[in-house]
Design a protein around this ligand. Structure first.
Ligand SMILES: Nc1ncnc2c1ncn2[C@@H]1O[C@H](COP(=O)(O)OP(=O)(O)OP(=O)(O)O)[C@@H](O)[C@H]1O
Ligand SMILES: [Mg+2]
Length: 396
């Protein structure tokens, strides 16, 4: 069928034709936004889940909800190798200028800019060409100590007070939060703690891999009282079927029941995979309905595409030793595996694997769902490892 009208949207953060099965967490966000707007306390939301479950899609949707509710939004994606301060300054500056333009008495937005300029001076890194505002003097001592754990909260306070003065509110959205450096994460937590204590209208909507709750808890023990960590998982069978059926039905195309069941089996309900299978099935089908045969024929193409893109980009970032570790893990079968079994499979002592494991966690490849267990952060990665390295003793 016509690829131009293909309703499926495989990609990173590409909005699906319909956000299926996430009503609960979106309702939670609606309540949070409403309560913080009224300056009532509520836990901020940090979404956690494996790769490709739809965290970024949800964060984008929540940003739209926030804007509709009159929030000013600040959206950043944490990167492994770029300091948070440098990411925050440009959008923060824009936000403060926006607040400054809103009519009303008071000068807290101007003060916010002066604090931002102070914060910029305190950063040990250069932020490209960013100039906060030529006619604004930095407020010395406000946020330039060079210690992020005190400077960032001070900056957030100034920004939230400026929003409050204009009867507005601020939603900070941070994607890939697990990549924040420990200092950065604790600075963000301290800052949000301050917001709650002072009842200022600023909230955090974050997303990250399943390791995020532990990182937050280790950073500040009160994090669990400050944030809620909804787990975003694969879709249930009825939801997965809906995610395939509704978008095609809207354009007069049907799926055979058996075809839907087969796509669910192959994808295990993971949203990104659903979009990939849906997309290829659509392109392969000549007319409605999309049959089981079409699904079976499309599967080879889908797997090839996944192997070449989705899985491969992650595989290529690994050292030979890291590949061997993951291959040993995959060889043990799907699901979480005991670290001791992985060491046995590699024929080495478990203690010698600590640093390697830490690097793989840092790269976001694996996480520990329970003490002594390791699991892949990418769904179906175990099957990919077996295809990429059929022989456990030889590197691909
Ligand atoms: N609720 C949903 N129903 C159907 N498809 C969805 C849903 N949520 C997301 N998708 C699709 O899944 C894919 C992945 O979404 P997204 O990039 O938001 O995942 P993610 O969790 O942020 O992944 P990563 O951890 O790799 O950043 C996209 O193609 C998107 O269209
Ligand atoms: Mg994402």
């Amino acid at each position: 069928m016509d690829p131009i009208s293909n309703p499926f949207t495989p990609g990173a953060g590409s909005p699906p034709p319909e956000i299926v099965g996430r009503e609960g967490v979106l309702e939670q966000a609606r309540i949070l936004l409403g309560r913080i707007r009224q300056k009532r306390p509520e836990k901020s939301i940090l979404l956690t889940g494996l790769r490709g479950v739809g965290k970024t899609v949800l964060l984008n949707e929540m940003e739209r909800m926030a804007s509709r509710d009159g929030y000013h939004t600040l959206h950043v994606e944490a990167l492994e190798d770029k300091p948070l301060g440098a990411l925050l300054v440009p959008p923060m500056r824009k936000l403060l200028f926006e607040l400054d333009r809103i009519a009303g008495a008071g000068d807290k937005a101007r003060r916010g800019l002066a604090v931002l300029k102070s914060f910029l001076n305190g950063l040990k890194v250069k932020v490209g060409e960013v100039e906060v505002g030529l006619d604004i003097e930095p407020e010395r001592g406000a946020a330039d100590s060079g210690d992020l754990e005190s400077d960032l909260p001070n900056l957030f306070l100034a920004v939230a007070e400026a929003a409050d003065e204009r009867q507005s509110a601020v939603a900070l959205l941070v994607d890939e939060m697990q990549y924040l450096a420990p200092k950065e994460l604790s600075a963000v937590i301290v800052a949000m703690h301050k917001m709650q204590q002072r009842q200022l209208p600023m909230l955090l909507l974050g997303a990250g891999l399943p390791i995020l709750p532990r990182l937050a808890g280790e950073s500040k023990s009160y994090a669990e009282r400050l944030f809620s960590f909804p787990e975003i998982g694969p879709l249930s069978e009825p939801d997965a079927i809906k995610a395939l059926k509704e978008p095609t039905r809207a354009v007069g195309v049907a799926f055979e029941e058996q075809a839907l069941v087969e796509v669910f089996r192959l994808t295990q309900g993971y949203p990104y995979f659903l979009q990939e299978w849906g997309y290829q099935c659509w392109n392969r089908a000549v007319s409605s309905p999309i049959t089981l045969q079409i699904v079976q024929d499309a599967t080879a193409t889908v797997i090839q595409r996944l192997d070449q893109n989705f899985f491969r980009v992650r595989f290529d970032r690994l050292t030979p030793g890291e590949k061997r570790y993951l291959r040993a893990m995959a060889g043990l079968g799907p699901g979480a595996r005991r670290t001791s079994d992985i060491a046995d499979a590699l024929g080495v002592r478990i203690t010698s694997l600590g640093p390697l494991r830490a690097r793989l966690i840092q790269k976001g490849m694996i996480y520990s769902p329970a003490h002594g267990d390791m699991a892949f952060t990418v769904p179906l990665f175990n099957e990919f490892m077996l295809r990429a390295m059929p022989d456990a003793n030889r590197l691909a």
